[in-house]
Design a protein around this ligand. Structure first.
Ligand SMILES: Cc1cc2nc3c(=O)[nH]c(=O)nc-3n(C[C@H](O)[C@H](O)[C@H](O)COP(=O)(O)OP(=O)(O)OC[C@H]3O[C@@H](n4cnc5c(N)ncnc54)[C@H](O)[C@@H]3O)c2cc1C
Length: 448
């Protein structure tokens, strides 16, 4: 007997149960993560409503999957037929913008870019900028500790969060962190929830840092004969405090050229760097690149040039997608190991007879090798999945990690132990048991 009528009675609201609609809420953007349509979807309106739902689900051991926008790339928001999905999409109010205290308080379903647009009129910015910022939610960003291009200078989402309201699986509503800029009174429980991917509690409200809006950036582009030289140059460029530092390999550049010719076919690799202050350092940065094997380069403070130069990075993933079915990997390595990482991934592409385009955030070693295989080619898909895991193992062998920003979700759970001790795994299980004793919150995700 379905739990739906009883829960609807308790909440005094209808749940979505139409399978065509629940199916669309039951998966994120990860191409090979399993899912089945959930039993029901709750479009939550308040922390109190979520609290009632979690009390009910805890008592009956009904799995609960929290959903922001479903832009995730790890299967973290995927459901099964037993689950209740709690969607935060209706909790999309910006509750407070306080320029004097440089903070904003939002409901978790607010879209990242909507907040940045709203604070612009106060001369402020919300900096974390995942490429999905025009549709991913701040709750999802916090739950995955999302990154983006500006992280090289400004850090990831966790560096911009001051406080959270969280509903625990017991139904209790707690506040962790503080709206003040500094806070060391309790253990830092807030950071336990950041990046917890829906496994420890449902985040319903967030207090975030705002900063005075940075200048429009100036942009440098530098072409190199190969990605090894470009990667070496990228570590040298960090001394200019870039607000963005991206790298693309030749496979990716070729894919872009085939689609939108930008005249970059001579390059084996390119670096794109932005500065949002100290523009006078642009010439020195070009000189640095020249001394490290640059073929050609330019630095421009013109907004129109910036838009043109950045285009190649924006086209990277869609250009690879045009070549076939893609698996987008996400690993982080020490920046000084990028070149070695790339060489080993290139060898992997040859070994498995696959196209692997490599691009990513060179400034923080967060690379996105993208594996391409022919649509419908079952053998190719198997080789691609194998390569996906092997890329993680290469990163781990270099002192890197399975995920820099997309999260573990379902698709990388079996890879976590490759870099984590049994003691750490046990501590995580203990935390999970304490906060979610009935194990209803996003079971089968994140924690090995
Ligand atoms: C085109 C594209 C570009 C992307 N670019 C980037 C990028 O540059 N950087 C980056 O880091 N990621 C990127 N991503 C991945 C994705 O957008 C991020 O992981 C994002 O933070 C997910 O937000 P969401 O609202 O879509 O969350 P969802 O996908 O709905 O959920 C993600 C995870 O968080 C949990 N969750 C969501 N909301 C809450 C909540 N309120 N409380 C508790 N748990 C919650 C879910 O259960 C799930 O485990 C990209 C994705 C796409 C499709």
């Amino acid at each position: 007997m379905s739990f739906v009528p009883e829960l609807e009675e308790i909440l005094g609201t209808s749940l979505i149960t139409d399978p065509d609609i629940t199916a669309s809420y039951s998966k994120d953007q990860a191409p090979f993560a399993p899912f089945t349509p959930a039993a029901a979807v709750l479009l939550a309106r308040s922390s109190e409503e979520i609290s009632k739902a979690l009390v009910f689900c805890s008592e009956r051991k009904i799995p609960v999957v929290t959903r922001g926008a479903g832009s995730g790339l790890s299967g973290g928001a995927n459901a099964d037929s037993q689950s209740l999905i709690v969607s935060l999409e209706k909790m999309n109010q910006i509750l407070e913008i306080d320029p004097a205290n440089q903070l904003a308080r939002v409901q978790a379903g607010v879209i990242n870019l909507d907040l940045d647009i709203a604070v612009k009129e106060f001369g402020m910015a919300y900096l974390p900028d995942p490429a999905s910022r025009d549709w991913s939610t701040l709750g999802g960003n916090v739950a995955t500790n999302a990154g983006g291009m500006c992280c090289v200078k400004y850090g990831v989402t966790s560096h911009h969060v001051r406080a959270l309201t969280v509903v625990l699986s017991s139904g209790e509503i707690i506040e962790v962190g503080k709206s003040t800029k500094k806070f060391v009174t309790t253990l830092d429980l807030m950071h336990l929830f950041i990046g917890s991917e829906g496994t420890l509690g449902i985040i319903t409200e967030i207090t975030l840092n705002l900063v005075p809006r940075p200048n429009s950036p100036a942009t440098l582009i530098a072409t190199f004969p190969n990605i090894v030289l470009a990667a070496a140059a990228s570590t040298e460029l960090l001394k200019y405090r870039p607000s963005m530092l991206e790298i693309l390999d030749q496979t990716t550049l070729n894919a872009v050229e085939q689609w939108h010719p930008l005249g970059l076919e001579v390059a084996g690799s390119i670096l794109l760097m932005q500065l949002d202050e100290n523009f006078e350092l642009g010439d020195a940065a070009i000189t640095t690149c020249e001394s490290l094997g640059m073929i050609d380069g330019m630095f421009s403070t013109e907004a129109s040039d910036t838009a043109d130069l950045i285009r190649v990075r924006k086209l990277a993933y869609p250009a690879l997608e045009r070549l076939g079915a893609t698996l987008l990997d996400d690993v982080a390595v020490p920046v000084a190991k990028i070149a070695e990482f790339v060489e080993r991934v290139e060898a992997l592409a040859v070994k498995h007879d696959l196209i692997i385009g490599i691009f990513g955030h060179a400034g923080d070693g967060n690379m996105h090798p993208t594996i391409v295989h022919d649509h419908g080619d079952i053998e190719g898909e198997k080789r691609a999945k194998l390569a996906f895991s092997e890329i993680v193992r290469i990163a781990q062998s270099l002192g890197g990690t399975a995920s820099g920003e997309h999260g573990i979700g379902i698709i990388k759970r079996n890879l976590v132990s490759g870099e984590t001790s049994q003691t750490i795994i046990d501590i995580q299980r203990g935390v999970k048991k304490l906060l979610d004793p009935s194990g209803i919150l996003n079971p089968g995700k994140k924690l090995p």
